[in-house]
Design a protein around this ligand. Sequence first.
Ligand code: SF4
Length: 344
Amino acid sequence: MSDSTIMINKIQTDLIKWFDNHGRSLPWRRTKDPYAIWLSEIILQQTRIDQGLKYWENFLREFPDVKSLSMAKESEILALWSGLGYYSRARNIYKAAHILVSKYESQFPKTSSELLKIPGIGPYTAAAISSICFGEVTPALDGNAFRVYSRLFAMSSPIEKRSTIKDIWTLALPLISNKSPGDSNQAIMDIGSTICKPKNPNCPECPLEENCISRRSGIQHEFPVKLKSIKIKEIEKFYVLLKRGEKYGLIRRPKSGIWGGLWTPLELIPEDWELAKTNKNIDESNIKYLKHLLSHRKMNLYFTYWIGDTFPENKEIQWFSEQDLKRLAFPAPIIKILSEKSYF
Ligand code: SF4
């Protein structure tokens, strides 16, 4: 078994164990009736649990199943909803009840993809209902879950991006138990509401602590990354192109970090770059500037040729013929510079 499979299995088991011992005891968790769970999910979308509980009980008392709800007048539903706000939710409940009766024989569809066709049911609610009531193995991702997963996986891309949401879904899927997918999802919901809070995550109490990537580096507060919170950092880098006879001197970057494992010309620290100018190893009129934008970095890159036969001392420089250069991997801006200098 690979290390990552062992880790995934461990997280799955830890979540279920934690949920059994510490999951919140909520009335709608004592049933697997999709109608009752659907109502609880819709009511709690923009409402606190203590406030929503009374409404949930009232709805179930007045309309114990989807059929009775479908026979109610819209005004009765709105009256029962009164005080909860966001009345579009109540209108959607009314519409949904009619569709469930007319198209689904008063039964809830069993898969999240089918549940998504019901008014007012979005991806999170669909996954919550299908996993809790019908055992569908799918992650239920609401704001709390996104926060927990983005910290667990230290997701560096902004949470608002569609691709990030997709990535989180893909990474979360193997953590959902095949036997009790609803419990896995509810464990994440509870961890998000009670432990992995936005401001002060209480990591020592968290069943995910051992495997939480951001926690391991002590940077859990930096997640989830949000578009507006990304500060663009500006950095400058200075490169010299070394040529000895017919060969070019290059450096291979360390495996981790930016441009990991790729080849670049020799990078000089700013002081050495200035010194090279003073010593006339660099022709100031022949410096090429390139701007390179990354998601949260603006790189100002400066390139020039090294003049003279005495090269900067660096054991890592390796020398390549023009032919050799073609089989090396370079970062995109370096390719641009090298091709402009007609090296390729
Ligand atoms: S270890 Fe901390 S940051 Fe990581 S999921 Fe748990 S509470 Fe959140």
